[in-house]
Design a protein around this ligand. Structure first.
Ligand code: TMP
Ligand code: ZN
Length: 419
Protein backbone atom coordinates (compact mmCIF):
# COMPACT_ATOMS: atom_id res chain seq x y z
CA UNK A 1 0.00 0.00 0.00
CA UNK A 2 2.92 2.39 0.66
CA UNK A 3 6.67 2.48 0.40
CA UNK A 4 9.23 4.46 2.33
CA UNK A 5 11.02 7.38 0.71
CA UNK A 6 14.39 8.33 2.10
CA UNK A 7 15.80 10.46 -0.70
CA UNK A 8 14.86 14.11 -1.26
CA UNK A 9 12.70 14.25 -4.38
CA UNK A 10 14.01 17.70 -5.28
CA UNK A 11 17.78 17.54 -4.74
CA UNK A 12 18.62 13.86 -4.18
CA UNK A 13 19.94 14.32 -0.63
CA UNK A 14 19.84 11.12 1.49
CA UNK A 15 21.63 8.21 -0.09
CA UNK A 16 19.67 5.29 -1.41
CA UNK A 17 19.90 2.12 0.64
CA UNK A 18 21.87 -0.74 -0.86
CA UNK A 19 20.42 -4.22 -1.54
CA UNK A 20 18.19 -5.40 1.29
CA UNK A 21 17.91 -1.86 2.69
CA UNK A 22 21.40 -2.00 4.21
CA UNK A 23 23.39 1.22 4.05
CA UNK A 24 27.11 1.25 3.58
CA UNK A 25 29.33 3.21 5.99
CA UNK A 26 29.64 6.17 3.58
CA UNK A 27 25.91 6.41 3.08
CA UNK A 28 25.32 8.47 6.16
CA UNK A 29 23.48 11.55 5.00
CA UNK A 30 19.87 11.33 6.00
CA UNK A 31 16.77 13.45 5.89
CA UNK A 32 15.78 14.73 9.34
CA UNK A 33 12.45 13.69 10.95
CA UNK A 34 10.63 16.87 12.02
CA UNK A 35 6.94 16.06 12.48
CA UNK A 36 5.24 12.78 13.29
CA UNK A 37 1.53 12.02 13.68
CA UNK A 38 2.03 8.26 13.93
CA UNK A 39 -0.07 5.85 11.88
CA UNK A 40 -3.02 7.63 10.29
CA UNK A 41 -5.91 6.76 7.95
CA UNK A 42 -5.96 8.25 4.45
CA UNK A 43 -7.57 11.67 4.87
CA UNK A 44 -10.05 11.45 1.99
CA UNK A 45 -11.08 7.84 2.59
CA UNK A 46 -14.71 8.75 3.27
CA UNK A 47 -16.44 5.38 2.91
CA UNK A 48 -19.92 4.01 3.35
CA UNK A 49 -20.34 1.55 6.24
CA UNK A 50 -20.16 -1.47 3.91
CA UNK A 51 -17.24 -0.21 1.77
CA UNK A 52 -13.75 -1.58 2.12
CA UNK A 53 -11.37 0.91 3.73
CA UNK A 54 -8.06 1.83 2.08
CA UNK A 55 -6.13 1.47 5.35
CA UNK A 56 -3.55 3.32 7.43
CA UNK A 57 -0.01 4.51 6.81
CA UNK A 58 2.68 6.42 8.76
CA UNK A 59 2.31 10.20 8.62
CA UNK A 60 5.76 11.65 9.21
CA UNK A 61 7.61 14.60 7.64
CA UNK A 62 11.33 14.49 6.87
CA UNK A 63 13.30 17.69 6.28
CA UNK A 64 16.04 18.08 3.72
CA UNK A 65 18.91 20.14 5.14
CA UNK A 66 20.25 20.80 1.65
CA UNK A 67 17.22 22.27 -0.16
CA UNK A 68 14.79 22.76 2.80
CA UNK A 69 12.08 20.59 1.32
CA UNK A 70 9.75 18.84 3.77
CA UNK A 71 8.51 15.50 2.44
CA UNK A 72 6.59 12.55 3.83
CA UNK A 73 8.55 9.50 4.88
CA UNK A 74 6.24 7.30 2.80
CA UNK A 75 4.52 7.34 -0.58
CA UNK A 76 1.08 5.76 -0.58
CA UNK A 77 0.29 4.12 -3.90
CA UNK A 78 -1.35 6.85 -6.03
CA UNK A 79 -3.94 4.37 -7.33
CA UNK A 80 -5.18 4.03 -3.74
CA UNK A 81 -5.16 7.74 -2.93
CA UNK A 82 -6.74 8.91 -6.15
CA UNK A 83 -9.27 6.18 -6.66
CA UNK A 84 -11.55 6.08 -9.67
CA UNK A 85 -14.10 7.74 -7.45
CA UNK A 86 -12.07 10.51 -5.88
CA UNK A 87 -14.40 12.39 -3.51
CA UNK A 88 -12.65 15.76 -3.53
CA UNK A 89 -14.44 18.19 -5.82
CA UNK A 90 -13.03 21.69 -6.35
CA UNK A 91 -15.17 24.00 -4.27
CA UNK A 92 -17.67 26.22 -6.08
CA UNK A 93 -17.71 28.54 -3.09
CA UNK A 94 -17.52 32.31 -3.48
CA UNK A 95 -14.04 32.24 -1.91
CA UNK A 96 -12.85 29.88 -4.66
CA UNK A 97 -14.52 31.77 -7.51
CA UNK A 98 -12.91 35.00 -6.30
CA UNK A 99 -9.59 33.18 -6.29
CA UNK A 100 -10.14 31.89 -9.85
CA UNK A 101 -10.85 35.46 -10.95
CA UNK A 102 -7.66 36.69 -9.31
CA UNK A 103 -5.40 34.08 -10.90
CA UNK A 104 -7.03 34.50 -14.30
CA UNK A 105 -6.42 38.23 -14.28
CA UNK A 106 -2.82 37.74 -13.09
CA UNK A 107 -2.10 35.15 -15.78
CA UNK A 108 -3.73 37.00 -18.66
CA UNK A 109 -1.12 39.70 -18.09
CA UNK A 110 1.77 37.23 -18.23
CA UNK A 111 0.79 34.92 -21.11
CA UNK A 112 1.51 35.75 -24.73
CA UNK A 113 -1.93 34.64 -25.89
CA UNK A 114 -5.11 33.03 -24.57
CA UNK A 115 -4.92 30.04 -26.87
CA UNK A 116 -4.22 26.64 -25.40
CA UNK A 117 -4.63 25.92 -21.69
CA UNK A 118 -3.76 22.54 -20.23
CA UNK A 119 -4.67 21.98 -16.62
CA UNK A 120 -2.92 19.16 -14.78
CA UNK A 121 -5.08 17.87 -11.92
CA UNK A 122 -8.14 19.44 -13.54
CA UNK A 123 -10.61 17.82 -11.11
CA UNK A 124 -14.15 18.42 -12.45
CA UNK A 125 -12.97 21.09 -14.92
CA UNK A 126 -14.29 24.04 -12.89
CA UNK A 127 -11.19 26.20 -13.35
CA UNK A 128 -10.91 25.52 -17.09
CA UNK A 129 -14.60 26.30 -17.50
CA UNK A 130 -13.97 29.61 -15.74
CA UNK A 131 -11.04 30.37 -18.07
CA UNK A 132 -13.23 29.42 -21.06
CA UNK A 133 -15.87 31.91 -19.94
CA UNK A 134 -13.16 34.57 -19.82
CA UNK A 135 -12.23 34.00 -23.46
CA UNK A 136 -9.42 31.40 -23.27
CA UNK A 137 -9.59 28.82 -26.08
CA UNK A 138 -8.50 25.22 -26.64
CA UNK A 139 -8.84 23.90 -23.13
CA UNK A 140 -7.76 20.47 -21.95
CA UNK A 141 -7.78 18.83 -18.54
CA UNK A 142 -5.70 15.90 -17.28
CA UNK A 143 -6.79 14.16 -14.09
CA UNK A 144 -6.58 10.55 -12.88
CA UNK A 145 -10.09 10.53 -11.38
CA UNK A 146 -12.50 9.04 -13.91
CA UNK A 147 -15.60 10.27 -12.09
CA UNK A 148 -14.35 13.87 -12.26
CA UNK A 149 -13.22 13.70 -15.91
CA UNK A 150 -16.72 12.53 -16.83
CA UNK A 151 -18.19 15.62 -15.17
CA UNK A 152 -15.65 17.81 -16.95
CA UNK A 153 -16.45 16.30 -20.36
CA UNK A 154 -20.20 16.61 -19.72
CA UNK A 155 -19.59 20.32 -19.06
CA UNK A 156 -17.84 20.70 -22.43
CA UNK A 157 -14.25 20.63 -21.14
CA UNK A 158 -12.23 17.77 -22.69
CA UNK A 159 -10.27 15.77 -20.12
CA UNK A 160 -7.79 12.88 -20.21
CA UNK A 161 -8.30 10.50 -17.31
CA UNK A 162 -4.64 9.83 -16.51
CA UNK A 163 -1.80 10.72 -14.14
CA UNK A 164 0.24 13.39 -15.95
CA UNK A 165 3.53 12.09 -17.35
CA UNK A 166 5.89 12.66 -20.25
CA UNK A 167 3.87 10.36 -22.52
CA UNK A 168 0.46 11.96 -22.14
CA UNK A 169 2.23 15.35 -22.25
CA UNK A 170 2.90 14.57 -25.90
CA UNK A 171 -0.68 13.36 -26.43
CA UNK A 172 -1.94 16.62 -24.92
CA UNK A 173 0.30 18.73 -27.12
CA UNK A 174 -0.77 16.82 -30.21
CA UNK A 175 -4.43 17.15 -29.36
CA UNK A 176 -4.08 20.93 -28.97
CA UNK A 177 -2.12 21.12 -32.23
CA UNK A 178 0.35 23.57 -30.70
CA UNK A 179 2.21 24.35 -27.49
CA UNK A 180 -0.24 25.77 -24.96
CA UNK A 181 -0.02 29.41 -23.89
CA UNK A 182 -0.55 28.23 -20.33
CA UNK A 183 -0.07 25.07 -18.28
CA UNK A 184 -1.91 25.21 -14.98
CA UNK A 185 -1.55 22.92 -12.00
CA UNK A 186 -3.43 23.90 -8.86
CA UNK A 187 -2.78 21.94 -5.70
CA UNK A 188 -1.56 18.80 -7.40
CA UNK A 189 2.23 19.26 -7.71
CA UNK A 190 2.70 18.59 -3.99
CA UNK A 191 0.81 15.30 -4.48
CA UNK A 192 3.30 14.06 -7.09
CA UNK A 193 5.92 11.50 -6.09
CA UNK A 194 8.16 11.65 -9.13
CA UNK A 195 9.06 15.31 -9.56
CA UNK A 196 11.75 14.59 -12.15
CA UNK A 197 9.21 12.77 -14.33
CA UNK A 198 6.74 15.62 -13.87
CA UNK A 199 9.35 18.15 -15.03
CA UNK A 200 10.17 16.00 -18.07
CA UNK A 201 6.45 16.03 -18.88
CA UNK A 202 6.34 19.82 -18.59
CA UNK A 203 9.34 20.12 -20.89
CA UNK A 204 7.57 18.00 -23.52
CA UNK A 205 4.27 19.87 -23.24
CA UNK A 206 5.59 23.45 -23.05
CA UNK A 207 6.90 25.59 -25.89
CA UNK A 208 9.35 28.44 -25.53
CA UNK A 209 6.61 30.97 -24.72
CA UNK A 210 4.46 28.71 -22.52
CA UNK A 211 3.82 29.95 -19.00
CA UNK A 212 3.69 27.16 -16.42
CA UNK A 213 1.71 28.19 -13.33
CA UNK A 214 1.89 25.79 -10.41
CA UNK A 215 -0.11 26.65 -7.29
CA UNK A 216 0.85 24.97 -4.04
CA UNK A 217 0.11 25.55 -0.36
CA UNK A 218 3.10 27.55 0.87
CA UNK A 219 5.08 25.67 3.52
CA UNK A 220 6.16 28.92 5.16
CA UNK A 221 2.51 29.90 5.78
CA UNK A 222 1.74 26.40 7.03
CA UNK A 223 4.69 26.54 9.45
CA UNK A 224 4.13 30.06 10.73
CA UNK A 225 0.36 29.66 11.19
CA UNK A 226 0.72 26.07 12.41
CA UNK A 227 -1.68 24.68 9.79
CA UNK A 228 -0.57 21.16 10.62
CA UNK A 229 -3.81 19.72 9.19
CA UNK A 230 -2.29 20.37 5.74
CA UNK A 231 -0.07 17.36 6.46
CA UNK A 232 -1.75 14.23 5.09
CA UNK A 233 -0.76 11.39 2.79
CA UNK A 234 -1.78 13.13 -0.42
CA UNK A 235 0.55 16.05 0.34
CA UNK A 236 3.89 14.36 -0.13
CA UNK A 237 5.89 17.64 -0.29
CA UNK A 238 6.05 20.94 1.62
CA UNK A 239 8.17 22.94 -0.68
CA UNK A 240 10.68 25.69 -0.29
CA UNK A 241 11.75 27.89 -3.20
CA UNK A 242 15.23 26.45 -2.93
CA UNK A 243 13.88 22.94 -3.53
CA UNK A 244 12.32 24.11 -6.81
CA UNK A 245 15.55 25.71 -7.89
CA UNK A 246 17.38 22.44 -7.20
CA UNK A 247 14.70 20.49 -9.05
CA UNK A 248 14.88 22.64 -12.19
CA UNK A 249 18.65 22.98 -12.13
CA UNK A 250 19.32 20.49 -14.94
CA UNK A 251 16.17 21.15 -16.96
CA UNK A 252 15.33 23.61 -19.71
CA UNK A 253 12.91 25.36 -17.35
CA UNK A 254 13.44 27.88 -14.59
CA UNK A 255 11.52 29.73 -11.92
CA UNK A 256 10.67 33.24 -13.08
CA UNK A 257 8.33 34.59 -10.41
CA UNK A 258 6.29 33.62 -7.36
CA UNK A 259 2.79 35.02 -6.80
CA UNK A 260 1.17 34.93 -3.37
CA UNK A 261 -2.49 34.21 -2.56
CA UNK A 262 -4.59 33.87 0.61
CA UNK A 263 -6.45 30.73 -0.48
CA UNK A 264 -6.20 27.55 1.66
CA UNK A 265 -4.32 29.29 4.45
CA UNK A 266 -1.65 30.75 2.16
CA UNK A 267 -0.62 29.55 -1.28
CA UNK A 268 2.01 30.47 -3.85
CA UNK A 269 1.92 30.21 -7.61
CA UNK A 270 5.25 29.24 -9.13
CA UNK A 271 5.66 30.87 -12.53
CA UNK A 272 7.99 28.67 -14.55
CA UNK A 273 9.22 29.27 -18.09
CA UNK A 274 11.82 28.21 -20.59
CA UNK A 275 15.32 29.36 -19.60
CA UNK A 276 15.59 30.95 -23.04
CA UNK A 277 13.00 33.62 -22.24
CA UNK A 278 12.67 33.73 -18.43
CA UNK A 279 13.56 36.83 -16.42
CA UNK A 280 14.42 35.50 -12.99
CA UNK A 281 14.79 38.71 -10.94
CA UNK A 282 11.47 38.45 -9.08
CA UNK A 283 12.00 34.81 -8.13
CA UNK A 284 15.42 35.65 -6.70
CA UNK A 285 13.89 38.41 -4.56
CA UNK A 286 11.18 36.05 -3.29
CA UNK A 287 13.77 33.38 -2.48
CA UNK A 288 15.82 35.88 -0.48
CA UNK A 289 12.81 36.60 1.77
CA UNK A 290 12.07 32.93 2.52
CA UNK A 291 12.70 31.89 6.14
CA UNK A 292 12.02 28.15 6.10
CA UNK A 293 14.62 26.22 8.09
CA UNK A 294 14.96 23.33 10.53
CA UNK A 295 14.22 25.55 13.57
CA UNK A 296 10.96 26.66 11.96
CA UNK A 297 9.89 23.03 11.44
CA UNK A 298 10.80 22.17 15.06
CA UNK A 299 8.78 25.10 16.42
CA UNK A 300 5.84 24.11 14.22
CA UNK A 301 5.90 20.54 15.55
CA UNK A 302 5.90 21.73 19.18
CA UNK A 303 3.10 24.19 18.53
CA UNK A 304 1.03 21.52 16.73
CA UNK A 305 1.35 19.17 19.70
CA UNK A 306 0.07 21.90 22.03
CA UNK A 307 -2.85 22.70 19.72
CA UNK A 308 -3.85 19.05 19.49
CA UNK A 309 -3.92 18.80 23.29
CA UNK A 310 -5.79 22.09 23.53
CA UNK A 311 -8.60 21.19 21.13
CA UNK A 312 -8.87 17.68 22.60
CA UNK A 313 -9.25 19.05 26.14
CA UNK A 314 -11.64 21.82 25.09
CA UNK A 315 -14.04 19.49 23.26
CA UNK A 316 -13.94 16.77 25.96
CA UNK A 317 -14.66 19.38 28.57
CA UNK A 318 -17.65 20.73 26.63
CA UNK A 319 -19.03 17.23 26.06
CA UNK A 320 -18.66 16.40 29.74
CA UNK A 321 -20.82 19.46 30.46
CA UNK A 322 -23.52 17.96 28.22
CA UNK A 323 -22.84 20.20 25.22
CA UNK A 324 -23.32 18.91 21.69
CA UNK A 325 -20.30 19.43 19.41
CA UNK A 326 -20.27 18.82 15.65
CA UNK A 327 -17.81 19.34 12.79
CA UNK A 328 -18.37 21.70 9.85
CA UNK A 329 -16.69 20.67 6.56
CA UNK A 330 -15.60 17.06 6.00
CA UNK A 331 -12.32 18.26 4.53
CA UNK A 332 -9.16 16.15 4.52
CA UNK A 333 -8.05 18.56 7.23
CA UNK A 334 -10.95 17.42 9.41
CA UNK A 335 -9.63 13.85 9.25
CA UNK A 336 -6.20 14.98 10.39
CA UNK A 337 -7.57 16.94 13.36
CA UNK A 338 -10.03 14.25 14.41
CA UNK A 339 -7.47 11.47 14.44
CA UNK A 340 -4.74 13.62 15.99
CA UNK A 341 -7.18 14.40 18.85
CA UNK A 342 -8.55 10.80 18.90
CA UNK A 343 -12.12 12.09 18.60
CA UNK A 344 -14.96 9.64 18.11
CA UNK A 345 -18.74 9.94 17.78
CA UNK A 346 -18.77 10.48 21.54
CA UNK A 347 -17.10 13.87 21.13
CA UNK A 348 -18.25 14.89 17.64
CA UNK A 349 -21.80 13.80 16.82
CA UNK A 350 -21.56 14.38 13.07
CA UNK A 351 -19.80 16.45 10.42
CA UNK A 352 -21.81 18.49 7.94
CA UNK A 353 -20.62 19.03 4.38
CA UNK A 354 -21.99 20.59 1.21
CA UNK A 355 -20.60 17.83 -1.05
CA UNK A 356 -23.40 15.31 -1.80
CA UNK A 357 -20.83 12.58 -2.59
CA UNK A 358 -19.66 12.65 1.04
CA UNK A 359 -23.10 12.34 2.64
CA UNK A 360 -23.86 9.05 4.42
CA UNK A 361 -20.17 8.19 4.53
CA UNK A 362 -18.05 7.85 7.66
CA UNK A 363 -15.01 9.91 8.49
CA UNK A 364 -11.76 7.90 8.09
CA UNK A 365 -10.41 6.46 11.34
CA UNK A 366 -13.22 7.73 13.60
CA UNK A 367 -16.38 6.60 11.79
CA UNK A 368 -18.06 9.91 12.61
CA UNK A 369 -20.99 10.22 10.18
CA UNK A 370 -20.98 12.86 7.44
CA UNK A 371 -24.33 14.50 6.84
CA UNK A 372 -25.79 17.24 4.66
CA UNK A 373 -25.05 20.88 5.45
CA UNK A 374 -28.67 21.61 6.48
CA UNK A 375 -28.05 19.55 9.61
CA UNK A 376 -26.41 22.48 11.36
CA UNK A 377 -29.58 24.56 11.53
CA UNK A 378 -31.84 21.51 11.88
CA UNK A 379 -29.99 20.08 14.86
CA UNK A 380 -28.64 23.34 16.31
CA UNK A 381 -25.70 21.89 18.23
CA UNK A 382 -24.00 24.03 20.89
CA UNK A 383 -20.65 24.13 19.08
CA UNK A 384 -19.41 23.53 15.54
CA UNK A 385 -15.70 23.04 14.84
CA UNK A 386 -14.96 24.85 11.60
CA UNK A 387 -12.79 22.28 9.86
CA UNK A 388 -13.32 24.20 6.59
CA UNK A 389 -11.47 27.13 8.23
CA UNK A 390 -10.05 28.13 4.86
CA UNK A 391 -13.57 29.34 4.00
CA UNK A 392 -14.26 30.74 7.49
CA UNK A 393 -15.73 34.13 6.62
CA UNK A 394 -18.02 32.62 3.99
CA UNK A 395 -19.23 29.72 6.21
CA UNK A 396 -19.91 31.94 9.23
CA UNK A 397 -21.84 34.40 7.07
CA UNK A 398 -23.84 31.59 5.40
CA UNK A 399 -24.75 29.94 8.70
CA UNK A 400 -25.94 33.09 10.50
CA UNK A 401 -28.96 31.28 11.94
CA UNK A 402 -26.70 28.90 13.85
CA UNK A 403 -25.04 31.78 15.71
CA UNK A 404 -28.24 33.77 16.09
CA UNK A 405 -29.75 30.79 17.87
CA UNK A 406 -26.88 30.57 20.32
CA UNK A 407 -24.48 28.22 18.48
CA UNK A 408 -20.76 28.96 18.71
CA UNK A 409 -17.94 28.28 16.26
CA UNK A 410 -14.69 26.71 17.33
CA UNK A 411 -11.96 27.94 14.97
CA UNK A 412 -8.95 25.59 14.98
CA UNK A 413 -6.55 27.73 12.89
CA UNK A 414 -4.37 29.75 13.33
CA UNK A 415 -5.12 29.75 17.08
CA UNK A 416 -7.94 27.80 18.67
CA UNK A 417 -10.71 30.17 19.60
CA UNK A 418 -14.44 30.23 20.16
CA UNK A 419 -16.44 32.90 18.33
P1 TMP B 1 -11.17 21.83 1.15
O1 TMP B 1 -10.62 22.78 2.15
O2 TMP B 1 -10.27 20.68 0.94
O3 TMP B 1 -11.64 22.54 -0.09
O4 TMP B 1 -12.47 21.16 1.82
C1 TMP B 1 -13.51 21.93 2.33
C2 TMP B 1 -14.68 21.01 2.63
O5 TMP B 1 -15.68 21.80 3.29
C3 TMP B 1 -15.34 20.41 1.40
O6 TMP B 1 -15.65 19.06 1.64
C4 TMP B 1 -16.61 21.23 1.23
C5 TMP B 1 -16.92 21.68 2.62
N1 TMP B 1 -17.59 22.97 2.71
C6 TMP B 1 -18.78 23.03 3.41
O7 TMP B 1 -19.24 22.03 3.94
N2 TMP B 1 -19.42 24.24 3.48
C7 TMP B 1 -18.93 25.36 2.88
O8 TMP B 1 -19.56 26.42 2.96
C8 TMP B 1 -17.68 25.29 2.17
C9 TMP B 1 -17.09 26.49 1.50
C10 TMP B 1 -17.04 24.06 2.12
ZN1 ZN C 1 16.58 18.31 -0.88
Amino acid sequence: MYKTREVCRACGFGKKAGPGGIKSAEETEELIPVFDLGIQPLANDFARPTDERAGYAPLKVLYCPRCRLGQLSVEVKPEILYARNYPYVTSNSKTMLDHFAKIESDLVGICESQTGVVEIGSNDGALLKFFGERGWKHLLGIDPAENLCKISIANGIPALSQFFDEYNALTARRSLGCAPALILARHCFCHVNDWQGFVRGLEKLAGEQTVIAIEVPYAQDMLVKCEFDTVYHEHTSYLSIQSIEYLLRDSSLCLEDVLEYDIHGGAIMLIIRSRKVAQVGKAILFHAKEKIDLAMWRKFAEHAEIKIMELGAMVRNLVSQGKKVVGYGASAKSTVWINACSFTKKEISFITDTTPGKWYTLSPGSDIPIVDSGALTRELPDYAILFAWNYAAECIEKEKIFRDKGGRWILPVPDIKIV
